[in-house]
Design a protein. Structure first.
Length: 369
């Protein structure tokens, strides 16, 4: 067997394990009975490590793979392999080795981004380095035993700043007002300061972090190119719908994050408006472009891509709005969240097969000299 195929297969297995176990653990946390032994050790561990599996084992590994492909050096693959192995370690109950693997992986990720910034000095690559530092900081805090309220802001900062950097790169195609980029840097500095203060002054840090999220949502809604491409057709319009909807959830998450710091019982809204409404919307929007670039698997785009996106937004509204007054509705919404993600995975897989079937006859009938 080709060694490259073995390596790729190992990474895919780690990503899939982190995603599926993270979703399963999240469902268990809201009381959903799964068709496996309820007392299975791995499932209990998945519930306890739900955030780490989803944000580091899944998202961290996927983003590290994307960056390793861009960097084009074997050493860059240290980051995704370490974070993927950390997910498996968490499921095996090896907490300290998992934390150390995350520190190793995110440390390597910082180095890769620093070298990318040296290769391509630009505002967006500087922000990508800052996001890597945020991930590394959160993982170091996890390794030394910090509480989740201290670690989570750094992990969210990693994902949020990564997305902001990618959108900043896209806005170079638009004419921006002179103060737009300094305003973004100010908002992201406030986000980092809020994350740093969350462990020392939770009330102040949480309010500042939430306000920065709201500020970022306002910036993206005002300056992102999606405001224009939403009037286009096809894939460009679909991506814009994903992005603009995600920015609304980002604002909701920011308000809820600040409210949680002030003592209001809206923690689930804060975490999942960000984690599902914002971040998963970004995944759905960028997947038709990122997957072909990273995996060389092309997707046949169609309006059917809107179905999982609609399912995600409706199920999240049920979870967060209904769940605020009825825990049963929260659980049902969480189940439908998982089904929406599964529907998206099936849609992407089906569109990949559709592309191959569409292109297959052309390759056969195309005469080669």
């Amino acid at each position: 067997m080709n060694p490259r195929s073995v390596i790729a297969g190992s990474l895919v297995a780690c990503v899939a394990a982190a995603l599926l176990s993270g979703i399963a653990g999240g469902l268990l946390r809201v009381g959903i009975t799964l068709p496996v032994a309820a007392d299975a050790p791995w499932l209990t561990r998945a519930a306890l490590a739900h955030a780490a599996l989803m944000m580091c084992g899944f998202m961290g590994t996927v983003i590290s793979i994307e960056r390793a492909v861009a960097f084009k050096h074997r050493a860059a693959w240290t980051a995704p392999f370490a974070s993927g192995a950390a997910a498996l370690a968490l499921l095996c109950g090896a907490q300290l080795p998992a934390a150390l693997l995350l520190v190793l992986g995110s440390g390597a990720f910082v180095l890769v981004n620093a070298l990318l910034l040296r290769r391509q000095p630009a505002a967006h690559t500087a922000l990508l380095l800052a996001s890597a530092v945020a991930w590394f900081t959160g993982n170091v805090l996890l390794a030394v035993g910090a509480s989740s309220s201290t670690v989570l802001p750094w992990w969210f900062a990693f994902l949020v700043v990564t997305i902001a950097a990618e959108r900043l790169e896209m806005t170079r195609l638009m004419r921006r007002r002179r103060g737009a980029q300094p305003a973004l840097h100010l908002v992201l500095a406030a986000l980092a300061w809020g994350a740093a203060c969350s462990g020392l002054e939770p009330r102040f840090g949480g309010v500042l972090f939430g306000a920065a999220l709201c500020g970022l949502a306002a910036w993206l809604l005002a300056f992102d190119i999606a405001r224009r491409t939403v009037r286009a057709e096809g894939l460009s319009r679909y991506m814009a719908v994903c992005l603009l909807g995600g920015y609304v959830w980002l604002a909701i998450g920011g308000v809820a994050w600040g409210a949680t710091a002030l003592g209001y019982p809206v923690r689930d809204i804060a975490l999942h408006a960000l984690g599902l409404g914002f971040i998963v919307s970004m995944i759905m929007g960028h997947a038709p472009v990122i997957l072909p670039a990273v995996t060389r698997v092309k997707l046949q785009f169609g309006n059917f891509f809107y179905l999982p996106l609609l399912a995600l937004h409706l199920s999240l509204a049920l979870r967060l709005a209904g769940g605020a007054v009825d825990f049963h509705l929260r659980a049902q919404g969480a189940l439908f969240n998982a089904l929406a993600i599964a529907l998206f995975a099936a849609t992407a897989g089906g569109s990949a097969l559709a592309w191959r079937q569409r292109q297959g006859p052309r390759r056969v009938s195309d005469p080669r000299p």
